[in-house]
Design a protein around this ligand. Structure first.
Ligand code: ATP
Length: 233
């Protein structure tokens, strides 16, 4: 088991955003967290990585309870989040943005380097010297994911990686997720089911801070009623 989230409750002040969320990811699995706007998807990812630490419950990553640890320590243990707004550093080139992401975990053979990123994603190689702020939304999304890979994550959290992107880029993000499957455990969020069905094995559906449905993507594809009830279709 790579990740086991056990009954977490997360608060924003008085507001009880996550009301007992539990989920599990096996090593190398790609899982999608679905739900409408405000359901708690981002908060779940932020709770896992410690940006909004859960007030209750456990987050067991690679056998250790990381709930309550500071986010930078969780990141160093091998969890990486690509936030919805991507956080590309303006004033730094594409290459420099990748350098900033680099983190080598002691005792772990590095898998990623700038050369490998440029090899696998030639689009980024072409943009290497360009200011990250001048990139299109899709190019920024590719860069944000690549920068995350530079930190050698075992668990990659992607918050709505497709939001607002052109179909050609969505396809590339999907291919990237597929290529990582098996070697990197991935939890990504989405509001609708189409992309998840193509690229994830299982899905959890969140509503109002609770998991209301869990299914393998094949059966969710055939379950129009659940899709209508909980998702944007
Ligand atoms: P979205 O698609 O909008 O990102 P989401 O499913 O990711 O939706 P969250 O962003 O996790 O949902 O929000 C869950 C709940 O927590 C919502 O009711 C939201 O209004 C609330 N919330 C999120 N961020 C904050 C914050 N910084 N302060 C107060 N409440 C917040």
């Amino acid at each position: 088991m790579m990740l086991e989230v056990q009954d977490i409750h997360t608060y924003y002040g008085e507001s009880h955003a996550l009301q007992g969320v539990s989920l599990r990811l096996d090593e190398g699995e790609t899982v999608c967290l679905l739900g409408r706007n405000g359901a708690g998807k981002s908060t779940t990812l932020r709770s896992i990585i410690g940006l909004t630490p859960p007030g209750r419950g456990r987050v067991v990553f690679a056998g250790r309870n990381i709930a309550g640890m500071p986010a930078y320590r969780i990141a160093r243990m091998g969890v990486s989040l690509v936030p919805e707004d991507r956080r590309i550093l303006p004033g730094l080139t594409v290459r420099e943005n990748l350098e900033v992401g680099q983190y080598r975990r002691p005792g772990l053979q590095p898998r990623w380097s700038i050369e490998r990123i440029f090899d696998e994603y030639p689009m980024l190689a072409e943009l290497a010297g360009q200011d990250g702020a001048t990139l299109s939304g899709g190019q920024q999304q590719m860069l944000a994911v690549a920068r995350s890979l530079m930190s050698e994550p075992q668990l990659l959290l992607l918050d709505e990686p497709n939001e607002g992107l052109a179909p050609v880029i969505v396809k590339q993000i999907g291919e990237l997720i597929d290529a990582l499957a098996g070697t990197t455990t991935i939890l990504f969020t989405d509001q609708s089911v189409r992309f998840a069905l193509r690229h994830a094995k299982r899905a959890y559906i969140l509503e109002k801070g609770r998991i209301v449905h869990e299914a393998d993507c094949g059966s969710l594809a055939r379950d129009a009623q659940t899709q209508r009830r909980y998702l944007s279709v």
